[in-house]
Write a protein of this length. Structure first.
Length: 196
């Protein structure tokens, strides 16, 4: 990953890989209403992330039986985004992030993506938990930067546990509240109020 992205609005934008995109109340795209997206890649050519707070009712055991023992509660598939919903992206939290592990690509700190073709038994000692996402969220070159400038997304630092919270429905207000000040007030914004 490069440390700098494209120039937007006359300034260079640094890579946001590993950061959170938090939908503002003004973002009314039903795919992203009140979502928290972890960017797993952000380069000049575009960005890719997964929605962290859209759990389904499909258990990981039903789809990827061998991986279900490593899945964190709730041990279900998550809707990662509207792009390629038949594909899967797996996030993992490593117990020892400095040790190289086959099939693991670090996103930030101990969190990264893991190759689902690897034998999960070989990862049991290294992995502290996984989350599996059906589909992903994708943006072309400059698109996510424009959406941020237009006020569709807040950008915040992620905490290591954000991708693995036990109550994903609470993640959107939780991330906003921990920012303090006016951001904390946004967490209480009614979901059915239209912004003009």
């Amino acid at each position: 990953m490069q440390s700098e992205g494209q120039a937007i609005g006359g300034r260079a934008m640094e890579s946001m890989t590993g950061r959170l995109l938090v939908a503002t109340p003004g973002l009314k795209d039903p795919n992203f209403d009140r979502t928290v997206v972890l960017l797993v890649a952000h380069e000049p050519g575009g960005a890719l992330g997964v929605v962290l707070n859209r759990a389904t009712e499909v258990s990981v055991a039903d789809v990827l039986g061998d991986w279900s023992d490593l899945a964190r509660d709730p041990a279900v598939l998550f809707e990662g985004g509207p792009v390629q919903p038949d594909s899967a992206i797996c996030l993992a939290r490593m117990r020892h992030p400095v040790r190289p592990v086959k099939g693991f690509h670090r996103v930030a700190g101990a969190v990264g993506t893991i190759d689902l073709s690897v034998d999960p038994e070989k990862l049991r000692e290294a992995v502290g938990g996984i989350r599996v996402f059906a589909g992903y969220s994708g943006w072309g070159a400059g698109q996510v930067e424009r959406e941020i400038e237009e006020g569709s997304w807040f950008v915040f630092d992620a905490l290591p546990g954000d991708a693995f919270v036990d109550r994903p429905d609470d993640l959107w207000p939780m991330v906003l509240r921990r920012q303090g000040g006016m951001m904390a007030a946004v967490a209480h914004f009614p979901p059915d109020v239209a912004l003009n």
